[in-house]
Structures are given as structure tokens and as C-alpha cells.
Design a protein around this ligand. Structure first.
Ligand code: AMP
Ligand code: MG
Length: 348
């Protein structure tokens, strides 16, 4: 509501009432168009928060929680009756459309990233204990046996059915939150919401801008503690971070193992990267990419960015250098952080 245009009316009858209402709205700063609703949810092993503005915001947030809960029930590997668990057990299963869609997105991501993102890596994720927290270091024989179940051609989709190669099993943990975030944003748009922020752990989806028109400010978390590396200003973007700090364990010999597994050697990735943040339009791509680029390591990730369009990166390396690609360099404000020694812009 525009108070100055309302003020032009004569203060009589309905006009006076409209003026009073407009004043109340101005004082509280809250029109139905920017009514704020907030919710939270623990799902997909993650504390999630949702903020949306608009007259349908309450219902939209209720829908968001339902979408996420129902996808978790379809995709969780720790729920024995989820579609993915039943597919993993049976090797072949007719699937719901949402599950077929996420599998298609995962297959696309596998090809796009040269096999660095691969949902068939599950037997290794499980063997290292990342599924249930019973961490262990499998021996070389076990790793090479399990690696035979991972890679190209292990999953195919025929009609409404998914078919796995013998012994192969899937884990959507590297893409599920990005994919479901896209579903929630679509539902928001369908409900007429044009300003919202959802935070699904390391996956942030920003719809539009803040109600006052300014950009959303997204803190990029430090991999080492609860502080942050800097603040990124965005509108209509996903900001998705992968790192070894989310789930990891230290073996008796002191080695730190993180939950992102190389589909090539079957071991938790250990390279020059501490965290990878992808900024892009679609969560499904950003989520798969953040995992895949972590597998690639710093220089290959930068090379990949140079030859592919449609996303930007913030990479923290083990030597303390923070690399920020040119498309987001100007919108990123680094913060004093012990993890960062210098910030470099990467250009094409
Ligand atoms: P993210 O936090 O998005 O990087 O996803 C990490 C999760 O994806 C892990 O906890 C595993 O469940 C799964 N995962 C691990 N390594 C890979 C990989 N190379 N490709 C696809 N998914 C993976
Ligand atoms: Mg991911």
C-alpha cells in the first residue's frame, strides 16, 4: 500500500477509514504483501529454517514442511520403507515421479561432473560408517570390492522403473536437499510468494529479494568453527556449501576422514579444499556441484568453472586462501576469520 497516494483522498467516510488503515500499516510496517511467517523443521538429519513474506506465507511454509517430510520418507537410506531403501534392497522398483526426477537429476550430474558426483557411491559411504555413525576404516580389499559396485551404468531408468546393477545401492544425500529446496521454491512461487529464504543446513535458497528490495545477506560458514568466512549478497539464488566439517571422524592414527567419498578410489576425499560454496540458480545443480567440486580439488574445480557457465564459486583452501570467482567477487564481503589468510578473485 502506498501511503502518499492514499493521502491524496479527501478525509471523509471510506476515504478516512482507508487513511486510518494505511497509517496503522505504515506504523507497524506490515502490509499483507510483506507479512512475515517463520518455521523450522528437523529433517534429512538437518535443522532447517524457513522465512517467507506475503499473505499466503503461513500456508506456504506448512506446504514446505510437508514437501520435505514426504521427500525424506521417499529418499532416506535410514528409513527401511523409503523408496530408495526398497530399491536398494530389491535392485529393481517402480518409483514415484519425484523419485524418478531426482534420480534423473543425479544421473545428469554424474555425467556433467565426469563421475565425481555419483549416487552409487553408497556402499562406500556405508562401509566408512557415515550412514549410521559407526565409523571405521575399511581395508583395501573391502574398498576395491565395494568400488566394483560404483560408477557408470550402475543405475538405469526404464519407464517408471529404476534398475540397479547387482550389489549397487544409492544414496541421495549429496543432492536431496538441493532438489527439495527447488521443489519448495516452486511451491512458494505458485502460492504468489516473491520473497523468501530457506536454509537447509549448508543449502540456502533465496527467493527474490528482501521485502524492502535489498538483497539477502548470506553468511558463509567457516569450516572450523561457528564463525563465518564472509557475507554474500544475493537475490534469486541458491548458495550451497560442502565441506568435511559437517560429518567426519578421526581414526585412531589421528587421520581426519570426511563424509564426501571419491567414487574413483573409494576413500574420503582429502585434498587442498576445506569447503566449496556454489552460487547458482538451481539447488539440484548447486548441491551436486558442491559435492563434485570438493572431489575434484582446488585446481580442477577452478578449471571446471572456467569451462562451464551458470554458477559461481567460493573455495576455501587448506593454506588459508579463499578463492572467489568474478561473478560473485563484488557481492562478497570477507570477514576477519582465522581460517582465511588472503582472498583472491578468480577470472575466466
Ligand atoms: P554434500 O553435503 O551435499 O556434499 O553431500 C555429502 C553426502 O553425499 C554424503 O554424506 C554422502 O551421503 C553423499 N556422497 C558422498 N560422496 C559422494 C559423491 N562423490 N557423490 C555423490 N554423493 C556423495
Ligand atoms: Mg551436495
Amino acid at each position: 500500500m502506498n501511503i502518499s497516494s492514499t493521502a491524496k483522498h479527501t478525509l471523509k467516510g471510506a476515504g478516512a477509514l482507508a487513511m486510518c488503515l494505511a497509517l496503522i500499516i505504515l506504523i507497524t510496517g506490515c502490509s499483507s504483501a510483506d507479512k512475515k511467517a517463520e518455521e523450522s523443521l528437523f529433517a534429512m538429519d538437518t535443522y532447517m529454517t524457513f522465512t517467507a513474506y506475503g499473505k499466503n506465507a503461513d500456508d506456504a511454509l506448512k506446504d514446505a514442511k510437508e514437501i520435505i517430510t514426504s521427500c525424506e520418507n521417499l529418499w532416506s537410506v535410514t528409513k527401511a520403507d523409503s523408496e530408495i531403501s526398497r530399491l536398494n534392497a530389491a535392485g529393481e522398483l517402480p518409483l514415484s515421479k519425484d523419485t524418478r526426477d531426482i534420480l534423473a537429476a543425479a544421473l545428469y550430474a554424474r555425467e556433467y561432473t565426469g563421475g565425481c558426483f555419483d549416487i552409487s557411491v553408497y556402499p562406500l559411504v556405508e562401509a566408512w560408517g557415515f550412514t549410521n555413525g559407526n565409523y571405521r576404516v575399511p581395508d583395501e580389499t573391502e574398498i576395491s570390492e565395494l568400488l566394483k559396485r560404483v560408477g557408470e551404468g550402475k543405475l538405469s531408468i526404464e519407464g517408471d522403473k529404476a534398475i540397479l546393477a547387482r550389489g549397487s545401492r544409492l544414496d541421495l544425500g549429496g543432492i536431496a536437499k538441493g532438489f527439495v529446496g527447488d521443489m519448495v521454491i516452486k511451491r512458494f512461487k505458485d502460492s504468489g510468494i516473491s520473497s523468501a529464504l530457506i536454509s537447509l543446513g549448508g543449502n540456502i535458497h533465496a527467493l527474490g529479494s528482501k521485502p524492502d528490495g535489498s538483497k539477502w545477506k548470506i553468511a558463509i560458514q567457516s569450516p572450523y568453527d561457528q564463525s563465518y568466512l564472509g557475507v554474500l549478497s544475493v537475490s534469486d539464488k541458491c548458495v550451497i556449501t560442502s565441506g568435511i566439517y559437517e560429518r567426519n571422524f578421526t581414526a585412531p592414527d589421528g587421520t581426519l576422514y570426511g563424509h564426501i567419498i571419491s567414487p574413483f578410489d573409494g576413500r574420503p576425499v582429502s585434498n587442498d579444499l576445506c569447503s566449496v560454496t556454489v552460487v547458482c540458480d538451481e539447488g539440484r545443480l548447486g548441491d551436486a556441484l558442491s559435492t563434485a567440486l570438493f572431489v575434484m580439488g582446488g585446481s580442477k574445480a577452478v578449471e571446471f568453472w572456467k569451462v562451464h557457465e551458470g554458477f559461481e564459486l567460493i573455495l576455501l583452501c587448506t593454506d588459508g586462501t579463499l578463492y572467489v570467482t568474478q561473478g560473485v567477487y563484488g557481492s562478497f564481503e570477507p570477514r576477519n576469520n582465522t581460517a582465511v589468510t588472503n582472498v583472491c578473485e578468480i577470472k575466466r
